[in-house]
Write a new protein. Structure first.
Length: 472
């Protein structure tokens, strides 16, 4: 028993150690250090946006804007008109009372709503349905005859009251969605729609060959008198009820002594016939100077972002290669791109864009999401597992007058050589949807700062914050 007690005591004393020595020793070569770089050089330059197809838009831009900082933008629309149904029959002795072009507004207006808008309607020279391209830069020739004109203010958010003509019943007054209504020339509609032979009314394609379509634009000679002008949007979805509304009388089907009053809509819908926008941009002197500048020209103080196929900003990050060479292998904990709005450029009526897009080019020059925003489409490609669209950012911070993007995964990939910077771009995108393609669903713009080394002096800046760790 004494021997056993002695052995137990020896084991107990041998296992005792000061608490300060408990734990593994830290290998100095494995020490983790945290660092912030906020002076990484960013180059930026305003470049012209690409033209894009406009025949399947959510809403269609229309109007004229005279922006003293960016220049002018004029947008017109070409419309194919469709049969209400195949083999439509106007009946016996049809007499047209009136015809109205109904254009439903699409929800957004940008610019001066108090200005007068002088709007002309002409017939297209060519069948719009037979066109092979609907690029935003395309010009659609028209006939010289003026079919309708409206000169006045527009009310994109005000519901409209119209008389609903009912066959065999009393006409009623009803409220419809906000819309623009232009009275068309009766003789033209009579000769080119009501008097068409039955063969031209048999199928929609036959009717479009006979009627060709309509073109709506701001009268060019009135643009200089519009001041700042504005851009409205039209809705040509199948449920919008835009179209050519005809009101006519015909002989009653059961007796020759009575007449019926009929209203019928020849719909304008991009679900059944093409609708396209034509956009013409004229750059301001300051914008054109950047576009014409050589590649090695000094940085400009600001760059310009303009939707509707207008302007975007091209970025480059030349410091990243130097950072990798100086630091070695590193892990990016967080990277943020800070985009300041240029002071004094959000003055009414030119409201600042509520959201910007940030995207990249791949090796083929195709637009791609950054990995931080690449959530995939859920079918053939599932996106980058690091993507977090909610945290990606790009929304306007009205308090700090800036946009912030989280670009952690993108900067890590550039540093690791996993991807190359073939071009990184900022552009305007609608607040509700993120679009890497040229946006035609909003007219808001932004003027942003460029890379500066003295933000404390109040400079509008374009800055990249990189928080990283390295292994010594």
């Amino acid at each position: 028993l004494d021997l056993l007690t002695l052995l137990i005591s020896l084991f107990l004393f041998a296992s005792c150690e000061k608490t300060s020595t408990i734990g593994l020793e830290i290998d100095p070569t494995s020490a983790i250090q945290g660092n912030l770089i906020d002076t990484a050089t960013i180059t930026s330059r305003t470049v012209q946006e690409d033209a894009a197809a406009t025949n399947s838009l959510t809403r269609y831009p229309f109007g004229f804007i005279n922006d003293p900082l960016l220049g002018t933008t004029a947008s017109s629309v070409a419309l194919s008109v469709n049969l209400p149904l195949d083999a439509y029959d106007f009946g016996t002795n049809a007499v047209l009372d009136s015809a109205v072009l109904v254009l439903n507004f699409g929800g957004e207006f940008y610019g001066d709503s108090t200005a007068n808008y002088n709007i002309d309607v002409h017939q297209l020279t060519n069948n719009l349905a037979k066109e092979t391209s609907y690029l935003s830069s395309k010009v659609y020739p028209t006939q010289s005859a003026l079919l309708a004109n409206y000169n006045g203010k527009v009310f994109p958010a005000t519901p409209f009251k119209v008389t609903d003509v009912l066959t065999g019943a009393k006409d009623t007054l009803k409220t419809v969605t906000p819309q623009l209504r232009l009275k068309l020339d009766n003789s033209f509609i009579t000769n080119n729609i009501v008097a068409l032979p039955a063969t031209s009314l048999k199928y929609n394609s036959y009717f479009q060959t006979a009627f060709k379509g309509l073109h709506v634009q701001i009268r060019p000679t009135s643009q200089t008198a519009m001041g700042n002008g504005g851009m409205m949007f039209f809705n040509f979805a199948s449920t919008a009820n835009s179209g050519v509304m005809l009101y006519y009388r015909k002989q009653n089907a059961t007796t020759t002594t009575l007449t019926d009053t009929v209203s019928v809509n020849f719909p304008i819908s991009n679900a059944t016939g093409p609708v396209a926008a034509s956009v013409v941009h004229t750059n301001s002197t300051a914008v054109q100077a950047q576009i014409n500048a050589t590649a090695n020209a000094p940085q400009f103080a600001v760059t310009y972002l303009k939707p509707l196929g207008g302007l975007r900003t091209k970025l480059a990050f030349p410091y990243l290669k130097k950072l990798k060479a100086e630091v070695g292998k590193l892990v990016v904990n967080k990277a943020e791109l800070i985009v300041d709005l240029s002071s004094g450029t959000d003055v009414a009526p030119f409201k600042v864009a509520p959201r910007l897009a940030l995207y990249r080019f791949d090796i083929a020059g195709q637009r791609q999401n950054l990995p931080d925003n690449d959530t995939g489409n859920g079918s053939t490609y599932f996106g980058d597992p690091r993507a977090n669209a909610a945290a990606y950012g790009g929304y306007f911070d009205s308090v700090n007058k800036r946009y912030v993007f989280t670009v952690t995964a993108y900067i890590q990939d550039l540093l690791d050589g996993k991807t190359e910077d073939y071009g990184t771009f900022l552009a305007v995108t609608p607040s509700s949807t993120f679009e890497v393609l040229p946006s035609f669903n909003t007219a808001s713009r932004a003027v942003i700062g460029s890379f500066k080394k003295n933000p404390a002096a109040g400079d509008n800046i374009l800055k990249l914050n990189i928080y990283y760790t390295k292994v010594n």
